[in-house]
Design a protein around this ligand. Sequence first.
Ligand SMILES: Cc1cc2nc3c(=O)[nH]c(=O)nc-3n(C[C@H](O)[C@H](O)[C@H](O)COP(=O)(O)OP(=O)(O)OC[C@H]3O[C@@H](n4cnc5c(N)ncnc54)[C@H](O)[C@@H]3O)c2cc1C
Length: 485
Amino acid sequence: MNRRDFHKHMVMLGIGVQGSSAMGKSTGERKQVGSYYQEPSKKLPIRKFDVVVAGAGTAGVVAALAAAKQGAKTMLIERKGYTGGTVTEGGTALHSFYNLWKAFPGVKKRQVVRGIPQQIIDRLMAAGACSGHAEMVRGYNYDSVCTAIDTELYKLVTMQMLDEAGVFIAVNTLLTGAIMDGSRIRGAIVDSRSGREAIYARAFVDCSAYGDLAAFAGADYKVPNDYACCNSIGLANVDLDGYVAHLDAHGGSNQLAYGVRSGQPGKVVRFNGGLGGEFQKEARKIGMSSMITTVHDNYLMFVKCNFKVPGSVINRDDMAKAELEVRKRQAKAVELFRKYVPGCKKAFMARTSPTLNIRRGRLITCDYDISHEDVIEARHFDDEVMVYGFHDSAPRYQIKNGGTYGFPYRALRVAGIENLLASGMLITSDHRAHMSTRNTVCCMGQGQASGTAAALCAAKNCGTRELKYANLREALEKGGVYFES
Ligand SMILES: Cc1cc2nc3c(=O)[nH]c(=O)nc-3n(C[C@H](O)[C@H](O)[C@H](O)COP(=O)(O)OP(=O)(O)OC[C@H]3O[C@@H](n4cnc5c(N)ncnc54)[C@H](O)[C@@H]3O)c2cc1C
């Protein structure tokens, strides 16, 4: 069938070929206006939910699970074909379920993030897809445990959990707009191969990392561009014990944890694999970090190649150039491992991320902005929805006395929008504070808080600012969230 016949055939079937789809019929004019093309308007089919979560990544999965567990009819919108986001693509391990007790002698060891994030870990453990909370025996002034995951099984396990909870999972679906009613979001617009749809809900949670929903809704934001991007490699066909033995023979590694690997407890699951010399010199040129974690005998889970994007991480053309540059760096990284690292002569690239991973995209303005002092002074708040005890810049910045800081509910409320919460890397303006709040386990905890709050708001048909903190706190405690006594 040629293009003309295809067009005729589709029209006979009642399906528009350009500017419309089976799910959204075009009406009105389509024409060129100067150097612009005027799109025709469309009638979009409407779907109705209580809660819509944008982005099925680190925070979004937990937010959707939390909302569904409260009984909310929940839709989760994800542009990729799987759940998990940067947890499955970023690096190292899930930081961190515990306080930094070992760095502060006498401080009590405690698991400070529990609830749904821990339920995910339990399911991963049952599937043989997690190292466990493996205690750090070296490098414990940086982190107290190493929780490494099988990134592929994380996708499966979280999708199964969402399915069991009754979440409507819309993967391969891009959120492309917001329908506003004053300062209230009426609906989200999504595009997929099933067409363009309007998704109505009472409460919304933006977990898209880029803050797409908040930006479409007209929220205030900045784009700080204060981090390097990355695309990490899964390097397979390596002899991990050979690599570790070589490091031991040359002074050992400064980070070490033993946990479950290939089903066996007591195995090395984390080490700092820097070899010095030529390897290190070349690695530096491609922004490569040699921190290694794994849950498999013959696999280096995340070898990270970093690159600071000149321009903006929300500019398509800047990012296209960066995607190419990082792919070149990845190829070089494999070459370096083969050449210099014992046990890696036959290594190959078994996994990369489908797109570059950002450490920050848009920074969305919320009712409260967590400060550096809040974090390191271990401050607590009268509306806190979780506590957290890890700082990625430790030992330079640590949370006072190996304790925790509280995460206030108002830090999740998007300023100026009545029914939108945000969770994940898209909040916290101070880079130093963000080096704590952006970590996976913190994002997951935020997800449980915002999903729970969104469901309560939807049930009470109220805005996020009208929700009574006492009700939210009670629901979070019932959901297993830990608070300091
Ligand atoms: C290279 C790297 C290494 C890291 N290392 C660690 C580490 O060792 N330990 C640690 O704890 N943290 C680490 N982090 C930080 C941490 O992984 C992230 O900050 C955290 O996972 C972010 O979670 P999130 O939910 O905000 O975003 P994500 O997990 O990225 O989720 C966002 C989701 O939204 C989807 N999405 C975006 N836009 C749209 C749209 N318009 N429509 C539909 N879907 C959309 C995305 O596809 C994605 O699935 C690392 C980050 C990077 C980049």
